[in-house]
Design a binder for this molecule. Structure first.
Ligand code: SAH
Ligand code: SF4
Length: 358
């Protein structure tokens, strides 16, 4: 059986016309899949019965059933534990700030990169997700948003209609997206399709631990997505102690790849820095990262450490985070943001996703 979420629009078209049906039906099917987010062929009345019969016989629409749904007390964050067909599970997070709706989606079950402070890394690698499983997460979130839109009681207080459409996707859930390059890039193409979910490339962020060959490959793609690179330390030794993958892709090699990426695409890179008290948050650390990024188009995203059971570091306090930002901006003219703590009570923050069943 073919999972329709695995197919790009041209592939859906080739499937339908290959069966000698009109391409009009392919366009309708695509709209049902991504405009209406339908998950049942019975709910596609504009498709002739003979087309539906063939679809039912040879294809599936693999929605990911919800195992668990938890709402954060922050009122903005909701986490879904979704089941995959083989019994594995992944987490997807929906964040709704006023007028800005973001889905944080996973690219793998677990992760092979083993970053010491990350709950996903601590669980190890199980398998890559398929394109369909990545796409299904975004469709799931869009479906939830449509339902929320229909329930006036559960709506943003300003009734902003934009709150009911998925606008942003961040590949920052479980897994290392560039370790699953082909499936991820194909999923991005599907999410980006103008007659589907229609997520603008600039509204899709891919975050990588620093897989150098993947960054160089991405530089040559035509998709203008946003790239985030998880740096965390500005020296090879410091980085290798937090991010084991840095032993394979060393800091100088990584920075050369980032330079190539920015030069080839003309785009800046977002550098992520998990702020850990006493580990990488001193004034000297700020100057080190400032010097490292000095002549690169960059923005630094500071993420105070979120607690995970396998690592006993503490998050940087807000005064020290402000000082870090001040050094970056005043001494190096590098813009930065400090990630707001969101969804921590339900372990939906960065690096906390690990299929917890509570
Ligand atoms: N594998 C990718 C994307 C997923 S992690 C990557 O590593 O970039 C998304 C971000 O959360 C990364 O910047 C990661 O370093 C950060 N992160 C991981 N664990 C964290 C934790 N416990 N607290 C704060 N940020 C964390
Ligand atoms: Fe994997 Fe990213 Fe977690 Fe590192 S931080 S273990 S790369 S998910």
């Amino acid at each position: 059986m073919i999972n329709l979420y695995d197919l790009t629009r041209p592939e859906v078209s080739a499937l339908i016309t290959g069966w000698e049906f009109s391409p009009v039906h392919a366009a309708r099917l695509w709209r049902y899949l991504y405009g209406e987010c339908e998950s049942s062929f019975e709910a596609m009345p504009e498709l002739p019965a003979k087309v539906r019969t063939r679809l039912i016989a040879e294809t599936t629409i693999d929605v990911l059933p919800i195992s668990l749904e938890t709402d954060s007390n922050d009122g903005f964050t909701r986490k879904y534990l979704l089941s995959l067909e083989d019994g594995n599970r992944i987490e997807t997070v929906l964040m709704r700030f006023t007028g800005r709706v973001t889905a944080c989606i996973s690219s793998q079950v677990g992760c092979a990169m083993g970053c010491v402070f990350c709950a996903t890394g601590q669980m190890g690698f199980t398998r890559h997700l398929t394109t369909g499983e990545i796409v299904a997460q975004a469709v799931h979130v869009q479906r939830v948003l449509r339902t929320l839109g229909a329930e006036t009681s559960d709506i943003d207080s300003n009734h902003d209609p934009r709150s009911h459409r998925l606008r942003n996707v961040v590949l920052m859930g479980m897994g290392e997206p560039l370790h699953n390059y082909d499936a991820v890039l194909k999923a991005i193409e599907i999410l980006n399709d103008g007659s589907g979910l229609s997520l603008g490339a600039e509204h899709i962020t891919l975050s990588t631990v620093g897989v150098v060959p993947g960054i160089l490959r991405l530089a040559k793609e035509k998709k203008a997505i946003r790239l985030a690179v998880s740096l965390h330390a500005a020296t090879q030794a410091g980085r290798a102690s937090l991010v084991p993958a840095a032993r394979k892709w060393q800091l100088d090699e990584l920075m050369a790849a980032c330079r190539t990426y920015s030069e080839t695409t003309g785009r800046r890179i977002f550098y992520e820095w998990t702020l850990i008290e006493g580990e990488n948050d001193t004034e000297q650390h700020a100057r080190d990262v400032g010097s490292l990024l000095r002549d690169l188009p960059s923005q630094v995203n500071l993420i105070p450490l979120n607690p995970t059971t396998g690592y006993d570091g503490a998050p940087t306090r807000s005064e020290a985070a402000k000082r870090f930002q001040q050094i970056l901006s005043e001494e190096f003219k590098i813009p930065s943001t400090v990630r707001q703590l969101r969804g921590i009570d339900i372990a939906a923050g960065c690096g906390q996703l690990a299929i917890a069943e509570k």
